[in-house]
Design a protein around this ligand. Structure first.
Ligand SMILES: [Zn+2]
Length: 450
């Protein structure tokens, strides 16, 4: 059974206001106060997991631990990481024995490997989610009730509305735009629908919004009267950000999250990325944990998330599958918020490339960040020893930048691969079934890499 998010699931105004007031206050706390807040919530969740979740009850016994051993957030490292594979396998034993108290809904997500993962989320986490989004959008000037538009594929495929371009939801102020039926030819009609709706905010994947911006620019369309653009779900490139801001109007506010609702990171008006540490607990892939780090000095293991609210299926130290770069120092953001900062979200751990001389290269697509004029990019692993670099480029992608791109990629993949750069149109980039831009398209049989 798949239970999808329904408007009814969010009809809990008392809870929404409770978290709205809480989050309005906690964002201004000091680092120390936020840590104390986080620790108090963590200890409640750990205590609950120990007493009610069979998987954790057994794990704590095996490790000869009790909840009293978690005296600070770093003590969580006494527990092992929880991989997606283990979470899938232990699905039943991760459910709390009193989970019906929390009126959970089953959510399903399919990972990049295609393996389905089902998990439970308490009804109350809908209110937490709502309050988090409300605050993040507030940072960009959004007020509850303001009209906005959102590119979506999941809504239209779920409702069987593949051909329908738009759906207006009167009570939420939302205009849903179908990214499944969106093409260069229909871009202008989408722009007109946004204008007719009076949307001041637009949300979507960076790649979809980037295609939209380019198509409108090519058609000679003026900027839309947007106040802000919310991007999420993919790595946002600097050139992509510039493209969106110049062609659509409004500032871009990027964010990061996942269906499991463990960690949320969002951008403020100072263009800094804040970890919402009052929403969930983020651990960076610590290199000293088991000594595994990549050649570039970043951990290739990715980050961990721990829920601070969900009781029907608490996930502790869950592998998010993403690499996030921590901020070197604990500076407070110029916006005044105490929520900690991260330098960048740098993508999926699974997007790594194997070279003929045996290197495993993680997060290769980060090179796109360091080359001017790339509005979107994608690697195509054509053969074991051949890599195509496909870029959607602006005028700023000069011969010098072209050479820089080749040098950077060569530095990552070593001497054993032939490289070629191809300039492509946005329509030529390959998307995955959910409409996200694939960072690496592999045309190599798995056996060739063994
Ligand atoms: Zn800030």
């Amino acid at each position: 059974m798949t239970v999808h998010l329904t408007v009814a699931g969010f009809l809990q105004p008392a809870n929404i206001l409770k978290y709205r007031h809480l989050f309005a206050r906690t964002q201004w706390l000091s680092h120390a106060e936020l840590e104390a807040f986080q620790l108090a919530r963590l200890r409640e969740i750990v205590d609950h997991a120990y007493h009610h979740v069979p998987y954790y009850r057994d794990l704590f016994r095996l490790l000869k631990l009790t909840p009293a051993d978690i005296r600070q957030t770093s003590d969580l490292r006494k527990l092992p990481r929880l991989s997606k594979a283990v979470a899938r396998r232990e699905h039943r034993r991760l459910q709390a024995d009193n989970c019906s108290r929390f009126r959970p809904a089953i959510h399903r997500t399919s990972g990049s490997t295609g393996a389905e993962h089902a998990f439970l989320l308490d009804r109350e986490t809908n209110a937490v989610e709502f309050a988090y989004y409300w605050r993040y959008w507030n940072w960009a000037g959004y007020r509850l009730g303001d009209r906005f538009a959102e590119f979506s594929s999941s809504y239209f495929s779920r409702e069987g509305l593949h051909e329908r371009p738009f759906v207006r939801q009167p009570f939420t102020g939302r205009l849903l735009l179908n990214s499944l039926s969106f093409t260069r030819a229909s871009a202008m009609a989408y722009a007109q629908a946004i204008e007719r709706h009076g949307a001041r905010f637009l949300k979507g994947l960076p790649s979809v919004l980037g295609f939209f911006a380019r198509f409108l620019r090519d058609a000679g369309k003026d900027r839309l009267g947007l106040a802000a653009i919310f991007t999420t779900g993919e790595l946002l490139l600097p050139s992509q950000r510039a493209l969106l801001e110049s062609c659509l109007g409004g500032s871009v506010y990027d964010s990061y999250g996942q269906m499991e609702r463990l960690v949320a990171i969002s951008e403020c008006s100072q263009r800094r990325m804040h970890v919402n540490s009052d929403y969930g607990l983020l651990e960076f892939g610590a290199d000293d944990e088991d000594g595994e780090s990549s050649e570039t000095g970043r951990s290739s293991r990715g980050c961990l998330g721990t829920s601070l609210y969900n009781r029907s299926m608490p996930l502790l130290r869950y592998e998010l599958g993403d690499v996030i770069e921590p901020e070197a120092s604990r500076v407070r953001c110029a916006c005044g918020r105490g929520l900690p900062l991260v330098r960048a979200i740098t993508g999926r751990v699974s997007d790594s490339l194997a070279t003929p001389d045996g290197r495993i290269v993680p997060t290769l697509f980060l090179v796109f960040r360091d080359v001017a004029g790339i509005e979107a990019g994608q690697f195509v692993h054509e053969a074991a020893d051949r890599l195509s670099i496909r870029v959607v480029a602006s005028e700023a992608f000069t011969d010098t930048e072209h050479a820089r791109l080749l040098t950077l990629v060569r530095w990552h993949v070593g001497p054993s691969m032939a490289l070629a750069v191809a300039r492509v149109r946005p329509e030529e980039l390959v998307l995955d079934p959910s409409g996200k831009l694939k960072m690496i398209v592999s045309r190599v049989e798995a056996r060739q890499l063994d």
